[in-house]
Ligand binder design. Structure first.
Ligand SMILES: C[S@@+](CC[C@H](N)C(=O)[O-])C[C@H]1O[C@@H](n2cnc3c(N)ncnc32)[C@H](O)[C@@H]1O
Length: 292
């Protein structure tokens, strides 16, 4: 691995250096083993830019020094969190992919309400927003359920949002969103579910709805210690995983879906070969067997 400094000294004529293929390989293995995300050679410059930010923050001079630091760091070392925050994509916004939220409001909610009226279920609903980033997806779910579940206080609703990034989870817990994240939120929903934001945020989820949400750090490769869910939403994350990691994630998800529960996946998640055990599966919607 390269051991010369990677950024030029002030006034120096030398250029910024990217990681070598060998270094990329070393970092890619670290990331893959930790969170299942694959890093291709096309990401060399991107990864190098992100790594240089951690070099500046830690005061280290070379990619090799930083690699050694991570290699020797305990899993709980905050540097791991800072590193993963740099190398993962957190892009998210409320009401991303309208089709999913139309289904949730127009098909899913009427179905569970009918089941409850027929005495087939209690007035309880549990949803998992897996890899939720800063909580925009979980907040969208809260708005849709609050809008469509009749006599919502009579229903016990819990929406669990998880992400491997503790920084993203901490932000999700704030329930505050910038204009860019809010741009697709219907006007009526803005007025009903959000207060005006403070400290640079444009909107803040009202406390009555925030209490439906629980956020916590979690790595999708590991089991989630939770009661079964009626619905799991897993979007825009498996696109970064290879087949073996996708399989590990889906194994964990099947364990926490209640019989008859649903899984929503993103359009480009590439799971069609891995959802064969689901009772019915079409595109982004998959139903776990049983429960009728
Ligand atoms: C692009 S965001 C998607 C957010 C949201 N699901 C959406 O569709 O808008 C991907 C998120 O996956 C998270 N992530 C990546 N690998 C993960 C893993 N192994 N376990 C949990 N979260 C992970 C990242 O931290 C990031 O916040």
């Amino acid at each position: 691995m390269l051991s010369t400094p990677v950024t030029p000294a002030v006034g120096s004529a030398s250029t910024i250096v990217d990681v070598t293929p060998k270094q990329l390989d070393g970092y890619a293995k670290l990331i893959y083993e930790k969170i299942g995300v694959t890093i291709s050679p096309q990401k060399t410059t991107l990864l190098s830019n992100r790594l240089r930010r951690r070099l500046r923050a830690t005061g280290l001079a070379t990619y090799d020094d930083y690699y050694k630091l991570l290699k020797n760091a305990a899993a709980s070392d905050p540097e791991w969190e800072a590193f993963l925050q740099e190398v993962t994509t957190h892009e998210t916004y409320l009401f991303r992919d309208q089709i999913h939220w139309d289904w949730l409001r127009d098909k899913f909610v009427p179905e569970i309400v009918a089941e409850q009226k027929a005495g087939k279920r209690q007035a309880k609903l549990r949803v998992w927003s897996a890899a939720c980033s800063t909580g925009d997806e979980a907040t969208t779910i809260a708005c849709c359920l609050a809008d469509r579940l009749p006599a919502m206080p009579a229903w016990q609703v819990e929406i669990v949002g998880t992400d491997v990034g503790a920084g993203a989870v901490a932000q999700a817990q704030q329930g505050a969103f910038r204009e860019r994240a809010m741009r697709l939120v219907p006007k009526a929903y803005r007025q009903r579910f959000f207060d005006k934001g403070t400290d640079g945020a444009c909107a803040s989820l009202k406390s009555d709805y925030r209490k439906l949400l629980k956020f916590k750090p979690h790595n999708l490769l590991e089991p989630l210690a939770e009661q079964p869910f009626d619905l799991v939403v897993l979007k825009n994350v498996l696109i970064y995983f290879d087949a073996a990691s996708k399989k590990r994630v889906l194994t964990q998800i099947k364990r926490v879906l209640r019989p008859g529960g649903y899984l929503i996946t993103g359009a480009a998640e590439g799971v069609s070969d891995l959802v064969g055990e689901f009772e019915s599966t079409q595109g982004w919607l998959h139903r776990w067997p049983g429960g009728k």
